[in-house]
Design a protein. Structure first.
Lengths: 286, 355
């Protein structure tokens, strides 16, 4: 009897399970408006109600960080930026001019490529530079001629510092071997850059240095074709311009032209679609 | 006999001429019923639906473009009151008029686009779309392999008419006959690439598609009630209150730019953007179409659209096509520009270029 009772109980339990499952299936089947992709909806719901991200970045991660500040535009209760919950990329600007300064004097060029610089503002680059902010005098805190002596000439040599920026100073990944640190950085004033004519340029205006070689892109940038700017769309309106180094890393452009990033989440598949690449999956006539 | 006939005909006349009035009466009666319902609901649940009269007058309101200033003011007031109560924050509904001497144009650099989908989600943050069930996004980003046409070159010599079991009727089989055209089916385009893969993939390019703001919009031709129309700035707009939800425009649009609110939109109050425009991003209701408006509530006040501000690589440019100094005009003058599905003769004001 004992040997028989076990299978009997199992059979009864299975039958019960089947009845319950059938009932559930029936309920599910009757609900014809049930969403086919509940997972996607759950994800979207979770993302929509999650806590806002406060540490964000604009174009380049770690190089263009921006912190979310609440209620910058009190009229609408806008924060300065809204960021992605998945990648922390800045998605939306409540105040496009938050934390900006005037672009500063831009040189006139002789041809017709006068930029729309009247109301141009930029985000200053200096507060975002790691080594620049290590001392009160910027880079000159160490590079003042005594703590670190000034180099005697511009001959390329192996340097023992700042290898997180440039791994090997003799193989700078910019200019295909033709450039070295002191071609762009001033030897005696480390808080400034140096263009080919010997003019000192602040870190906030890298376009004046980059443009001295990359003239074609510089013209496009001045014209408003290359590069990003936000704010007003009108010609002559107030715009925030992105400068070169907010998007491009001047020390690694040769190897890493663009650091691949993760995209924002995709939309849910349309109802009934099983796989996204339906063209490849289904070769029959449709 | 004759007396009876005349009686009948006058009755009929009355019936036809007063149909509108009759409907109005029904509407008001319904509203009255709602009001009484609400009065009791208000006591217990606060003011979830603050004003039942709003609903009645809203049902009876005409096309916004044809309204008098007084009617517009009332309509705006109704909406502001309702949205403010519904989302618990001060909401403004603007009816800023179109700008003088402006034709909006958009240019997008497909050689720069990295497919990060930030524009998609920026648009959702700005324009108060339904976040889930249904998920509505006005921009879709196509990921397309490099170097493929919409047909296969190897199959050009295939697919001649062959005889079949049906007889020699010249049924075309094989070849490029089944290569997809129409819709957004650029061959092998994938708008659903997952979030865990890195972009950009160097073997693909990325093409964001949104409303192309056509000069000859097929959706406007298809709309049976003229709820959708082209405004003087060249932007195709929808009066959500006048839309009957027939979805003819959705079928007419070759760009899949129009989206339908199949269910009651789900917009969390904390995500809601309280700065809205009547034709732009004010919260929609169930059963109406919606689409990109070039961020009307921003652009009519001089600011750039949200998708442009979100683009981390500066691939998007917006401006006045009538202004020769605008970014868009300079791009049209100096770059290689094309329009998506040019062969449809819709004359989009959304240009793709290679920078």
């Amino acid at each position: 009897m004992k040997l028989q009772s076990a299978p009997v109980t199992i059979i009864i339990a299975l039958a019960l399970l089947a009845v319950v499952a059938g009932g559930l299936a029936l309920v599910g089947g009757l609900d014809i408006r049930k969403e086919k992709n509940p997972g996607d909806n759950e994800l979207a719901k979770a993302a929509a109600t999650a806590q806002p991200v406060t540490n964000c970045f604009e174009s380049r991660e770690t190089y263009s960080a921006v912190a979310r500040t609440e209620n910058v535009v009190p009229q609408y209760g806008y924060p300065n930026v809204k960021c992605s919950n998945t990648t922390s990329g800045v998605l939306w600007y409540g105040d496009p001019f938050d934390g900006t300064i005037p672009m500063g004097e831009m040189p006139k060029v002789a041809d017709e490529t006068q930029g729309d610089f009247v109301n141009a503002v930029v985000k200053p680059r200096e507060p975002r530079l790691t080594y620049f902010n290590m001392g009160p005098d910027g880079c000159a805190t160490c590079h003042n001629g005594t703590i670190v002596p000034f180099p005697k000439d511009k001959t390329p040599r192996l340097i023992g510092m700042h290898q997180d920026i440039v791994a090997n100073s003799l193989q700078l990944m910019h200019g295909r071997g033709a450039l070295w640190c002191l071609d762009c950085h001033s030897a005696t004033n480390r808080n400034r850059l140096l263009d080919r004519r010997g003019n000192e340029i602040t870190f906030n205006q890298p376009q004046r240095l980059c443009g001295s070689c990359h003239g074609e892109k510089y013209i496009d940038w001045r014209e408003g074709i290359h590069g990003k700017r936000i704010g007003e769309w009108k010609t002559g309106g107030k715009k925030r311009w992105w400068v070169c180094t907010e998007c491009h890393n001047p020390h690694t452009v040769q190897t890493i032209r663009f650091q691949p990033i993760n995209p924002e989440p995709p939309p849910p598949l349309p109802r009934g679609m099983k796989i996204a690449d339906y063209v490849r999956g289904d070769q029959s006539a449709h | 006999m004759s007396h009876k006939e005349t009686d009948n005909s006058t009755k009929k006349d009355n019936a036809t001429t007063s149909r509108r009035n009759f409907l109005k009466k029904i509407g008001i009666a319904g509203a009255a019923a709602l009001m009484s319902d609400n009065a009791s609901a208000d006591v217990s649940a606060g003011s979830s639906n603050p004003d039942a009269e709003i609903t009645a007058s809203e049902w009876l309101q005409g096309h916004f473009v044809l309204m008098s200033d007084e009617e517009k003011k009332n309509a705006i007031g109704r909406l502001e009151k309702r949205y403010t109560a519904q989302y618990g924050k001060k909401t403004t509904v603007s009816d800023a008029p179109p700008l003088e001497g402006v034709l909006f144009g958009y240019a997008l650099d497909i050689s720069k686009c990295i497919g990060c989908r930030r524009c998609v989600h920026a648009c959702v943050k700005e324009n108060n779309q339904s976040r889930y069930n249904p998920v509505i996004q006005w921009i879709q980003v196509m990921k397309i392999p490099r170097g493929n046409f919409a047909f296969s070159a190897e199959k050009l010599n295939e697919g001649f008419p062959k005889s079949s079991a049906m007889g020699d009727y010249g049924v075309q089989v094989g070849g490029n006959a089944y290569a997809p055209v129409g819709g957004l089916s650029v061959e092998h385009a994938d708008s659903y690439y997952p979030a865990d893969e890195k972009v950009p993939d160097k073997n693909f390019f990325y093409v964001p598609v949104q409303c192309q703001q056509c000069e000859k919009p097929p959706c406007v031709k298809a709309c049976p009630v003229r709820a959708t129309f082209r405004d003087p700035n060249g932007v195709v707009l929808i009066d959500y209150n006048w839309c009957i939800g027939c979805r003819m425009c959705q079928l007419a649009c070759p760009y899949q730019a129009r989206h339908f609110n199949w269910g009651e939109p789900n917009l969390p109050a904390e995500e809601m953007n309280p700065k809205t425009h009547y034709f732009g991003n004010r919260p929609r209701m169930r059963g109406v179409m919606e689409k990109c408006t070039f961020c009307l509530q921003r652009t009519r006040e001089g600011r750039n659209p949200a998708c442009l501000e979100a683009c981390p690589v500066g691939a998007r440019k917006f401006g006045n096509l009538l202004d020769p100094d605008s970014d868009v005009r300079k791009i049209l003058a100096t770059k290689k520009v094309f329009r998506f599905k040019d062969e449809m003769s819709t004359y989009p004001k959304f240009f793709y270029y290679i920078g």
